[in-house]
Design a binder for this molecule. Sequence first.
Ligand code: SAM
Length: 274
Amino acid sequence: EDRDDQHGAQWPPPSMDFSKPTIARAYDALLGGKDNYAADRELAEYATQNIPGIKESAWENRKVLVRGVRYLAAEAGIDQFLDLGSGLPTVQNTHEVAQTHNPDARVVYVDIDPLVTVHGQALLAENDNTKVFTADVRDPAAVLGHPEAHGLLDFDRPVALMLVGMLHYLSPDVADSVVSTYRDALAPGSCLFLTSLVDTGLPAQQELARITRESLEEGWARTPDEIEYHFGDFDLIEPGVSYTALWRPDELVDANNLAPGEQLGMAGIGFKKK
Ligand code: SAM
């Protein structure tokens, strides 16, 4: 066992196995973060060798997360965020973006990887409007019933439910019931913010899904229609479900000339009718 003076003698706790990669740590490695281990870096390196543009695509996903949260906090008046599959803290986390535009915005982070809670709690020690806990998104009752969720968020008012870079870890046999349970739990005026690995017929997309399934158990590429399906009867805002780089970009992007890394993921935000 490693001794890690940052975390004390009980490190790692029995729930963490650093010899196998996890989604959160491998994604952190792709983004060039430091909360990852050799197994995570090996997987990130393997994916980088085999999937052109994967690092760029991870950054496109982070950038659309920031644009989406900024839009919700600054323009749509959303002040509550439930960020599911939030990942390890990185630059411009959801609470930082939301609270820049509305200091009273409340953010709850949920991730299956306990390391997210360890690092999240350290980052959030002084922030009463932001909480993080460990749970499996595939168990909506456990997430919605968790004291940190309903303690901080008022589900009688609009909430932004985020499954950003997360929908593709829900297998087709559970995704519908999981996502629709969350949709149903939201008050009118709430919204769903999804980003996902997409399948538009490019080989790299299914190849990435396959590598992810083989090394991390889950990984599913969905067609744009399959992504849109998960919005149910929510009203999608412009431009609908589109490549992340083309979703309300800050700078002009040539839709006819997308780089490989700009064709791996799609994003969308839809609102529950009032
Ligand atoms: N949302 C962040 C973003 O878009 O930058 C992080 C995305 S990262 C690719 C996916 C995250 O989802 C990982 O941190 C992983 O641990 C988490 N995750 C995957 N399956 C999950 C599940 N069933 N329940 C909770 N979290 C899950």
